[in-house]
Design a protein around this ligand. Structure first.
Ligand code: GDP
Length: 529
C-alpha cells in the first residue's frame, strides 16, 4: 500500500475532476416516483462498477441487475446509500434518503453531504407533506433545489397552479426550464419557453429502454392535437413572463428553483434534467470548518462521516462509514487522521464507493463518497483529514420526541447489549440516555419517529444476538439540551424530567409545549442555546 500524504493535486487536472462532480439527493413524498426516476437516470448514464469499468446500458433491467451484482459482490447494500454514475463528462453521486418521515434525522445528515437536491413532485398531488418537510431541511442547509414535476403522462394539476403551490411552499420562484407539450394525459414532449421547436417524445413500453426523442417543428408537427402547440407555447411564455427565466445566480443563491416536467416511468424528460444537472447544477464548493473558515477544495484531503451503515451483511457484521470528501484527493492506503480522537486511521479497507470511473481510476475527489469498512471509532459527523488538521462542525442533533426504556430480556448478554447500544448511538440509529439514578432498568432510547425503535431492536437481535423489550413510551413529547450547573432544578417543574447523554450532557424532557414554556420562563439560564 502506498503511504501518501504528499499532495500533488492543485493541478488543472484536480480542479477539472472536482468540477465534474455533481453530488445530490432526490427528495420526495413516498410514491412520487423517486425510485423510478433514479432508475431512469441510471439508464441514461453509465454505471461505474467496483473494477472501474463503466457500462453503457441498453435497458433499464440490465442497468439495475448490474447494479445489484456490484452490490452482491460487495456484500453490502450500496444502492441504499449512494449510486455513482457517469453522464456525459460528469460524475454523478446520487445519495439516497430514507423515504419515511420517522427517519428525518437520517435524511438531514444525508442532505448535509450533498451540494443540491432534486425535489420530485407528483403532478396530480403537488407539494405533499413529506415534500414540504424535506424542502424545509434544504432551506435550512441553503441547498439549491431543482424541481421535477413527475407523472406528466397522467391527468394532474395545471402547471401554473403547481407553480403557485411551489412558490408558496418554498418561498423560491419556480422558473420553467421546459414545458409539457400536449397537456397531461397526452404528453407529447417538451418545449423550451420561447422556442419554436420542441422535443417530441415517444415513450417505450414499461420504460425498459430510452424514450425515442426527436426535435420537431412545433407549429407544423402533425402528430400534435389541433391547438396543442399554440397552447403549450403560450403557456410556456406566460410562465416565463410571470416568473422570469432561469438565472444561475438566483438558483445557487436559493431564490429560484428551476422546474422540469417529466414522466419518469417512460423515461421522458429525464435527459433534459441530466443535461441541466451537467451544465448548471453546482459542483462541490469549499465547506466551512468548525472555526467558520472555508476549506478550499484543493487543500489537503478532508471529509466527514455522514452515515454509518451497519448490519447490511449479518454474516460479517460489516459496518461502513460513508465519508463525503470536502477537499483534496483520496487514495486507498493513504495516511489519514481522525480529528476527534487524533488517531491515525488505516485507510486500507476504504472503498471508493461503487468503483472508480475511467478518468479517476485510483482516486476520489471532492463530492465523491468513500466507504470505510469496519473502521472502528468513526461516528456520525466525524472529520478525517490528511496533513494540516481540520475539523468540520458536528452534525446537528434533532431533539427527540419519543422516549422508551429498552430492557435486555436475557441478563447473561449484558456485555453484548452494552456494545450494541453504544453502536446504535454512534451510528445515529437512536439517541441514548441514562436516567439520574444510572438507568438500572436499562437505557432510555430517544427517537424522532417510532420506526427508529423498531430498527434499533431488530438490529440488536440481528447484529448482536440480544433479545430486548421496550417499556411503554415515557409521557414526554419534547426535549431540549440543558447546561449545568442547576440543570437538575428542571425536575421541580411539574411535567418535566431529566436525562443524560453518554457524554454527560443533561437533556430536559417535557410533557408538552406548555410545560416547556413554563420551564423556559422559570429557568431560562439552563437552556443550551
Ligand atoms: P417512490 O416511492 O417515490 O420511490 O416511487 P416509485 O418510483 O416506487 O413510484 C411509485 C409508483 O408510481 C410506481 O407504481 C411507479 O410505476 C409510478 N410512477 C413513477 N413515475 C411515473 C410516471 O412518470 N408516470 C406514471 N404514470 N407512473 C409513474
Amino acid at each position: 500500500m502506498q503511504n501518501n500524504t504528499t499532495i500533488d493535486h492543485g493541478t488543472a487536472d484536480f480542479l477539472a475532476e472536482s468540477r465534474k462532480r455533481r453530488t445530490f439527493a432526490v427528495i420526495s413524498h413516498p410514491d412520487a416516483g423517486k425510485s423510478t426516476l433514479t432508475e431512469a437516470m441510471a439508464l441514461h448514464a453509465r454505471i461505474v462498477d467496483e473494477a472501474g469499468v463503466t457500462h453503457g446500458k441498453a435497458s433499464r433491467h440490465a442497468t439495475l441487475s448490474d447494479w445489484n451484482d456490484v452490490e452482491r459482490e460487495r456484500g453490502i447494500s450500496i444502492s441504499s446509500s449512494a449510486l455513482r454514475i457517469e453522464y456525459r463528462d460528469t460524475v454523478i453521486n446520487l445519495l439516497d434518503t430514507p423515504g419515511h418521515s420517522d427517519f428525518s434525522e437520517d435524511t438531514y445528515r444525508v442532505l448535509m453531504a450533498v451540494d443540491f437536491t432534486v425535489m420530485l413532485i407528483d403532478a396530480a398531488k403537488g407539494m405533499e407533506p413529506q415534500t414540504r418537510k424535506l424542502f424545509d431541511a434544504c432551506r435550512r442547509l441553503s441547498l439549491p433545489v431543482i424541481t421535477v414535476i413527475n407523472k406528466c403522462d397522467r391527468p394532474g394539476k395545471e402547471p401554473l397552479e403547481l407553480f403557485d403551490e411551489i412558490q408558496e411552499a418554498t418561498g423560491r420562484t419556480p422558473v420553467a426550464v421546459n414545458w409539457p407539450v400536449g397537456g397531461y394525459g397526452a404528453f407529447h414532449g417538451l418545449v423550451t419557453p420561447g422556442s419554436d421547436a420542441y422535443i417530441h417524445h415517444r415513450p417505450v413500453r414499461a420504460g425498459a429502454q430510452l424514450a425515442h426523442e426527436e426535435v420537431a417543428a412545433g407549429a407544423t408537427d402533425s402528430r400534435l392535437d389541433p391547438g396543442g402547440w399554440p397552447e403549450a407555447s403560450e403557456n410556456a411564455l406566460l410562465a416565463r413572463e410571470l416568473n422570469g427565466s432561469f438565472d444561475d445566480d438566483d438558483f445557487i443563491a436559493c431564490r429560484q428553483t428551476p422546474v422540469f416536467f417529466a414522466a419518469a416511468s417512460g423515461n421522458l424528460g429525464v435527459r433534459a434534467l441530466l443535461d441541466f444537472i451537467t451544465t448548471s447544477a453546482p459542483s462541490p464548493a469549499p465547506r466551512r470548518d468548525l472555526s467558520g473558515a472555508p476549506r478550499p477544495i484543493d487543500d489537503e484531503f478532508s471529509g466527514f462521516v455522514f452515515k454509518v451503515q451497519s448490519g447490511t451483511d449479518a454474516a460479517h457484521r460489516d459496518q461502513v462509514a460513508l465519508v463525503r470528501i470536502n477537499s483534496g484527493t483520496f487514495e486507498r492506503g493513504m495516511t489519514l487522521r481522525h480529528a476527534q480522537s487524533g488517531r491515525a486511521l488505516n485507510a486500507k479497507y476504504a472503498h471508493h464507493l461503487v468503483g472508480r470511473g475511467r478518468a479517476t481510476a485510483t482516486r476520489s475527489y471532492p463530492g465523491d463518497i468513500v466507504g470505510f469498512v469496519n473502521a472502528t471509532g468513526l461516528r456520525i459527523g466525524d472529520t478525517l483529514y490528511a496533513g494540516k488538521r481540520v475539523e468540520f462542525p458536528p452534525m446537528p442533533r434533532f431533539n427527540p420526541e419519543r422516549f422508551r426504556v429498552i430492557r435486555l430480556t436475557d441478563a447473561s448478554h449484558q456485555k453484548r447489549f452494552a456494545k450494541g447500544i453504544a453502536q446504535l448511538e454512534a451510528d445515529g440509529t437512536v439517541q441514548v440516555f441514562r436516567t439520574q439514578d444510572g438507568s438500572p432498568r436499562g437505557p432510555v432510547l430517544g427517537a424522532v419517529g417510532d420506526l427508529q425503535f423498531e430498527v434499533a431492536r431488530e438490529r440488536l437481535l440481528r447484529e448482536f444476538g440480544v433479545e430486548t423489550a421496550y417499556d411503554d413510551l415515557l409521557p414526554f413529547s419534547l426535549s431540549r439540551p440543558l447546561r449545568g450547573p442547576g440543570a437538575e432544578g428542571i425536575t421541580e417543574v411539574f411535567g418535566t424530567d431529566l436525562l443524560y447523554r453518554p457524554d454527560g450532557e443533561p437533556v430536559g424532557l417535557f410533557r408538552d409545549r406548555w410545560k416547556l414554556e413554563r420551564a423556559l420562563e422559570r429557568m431560562p439560564g439552563i437552556f443550551a442555546s
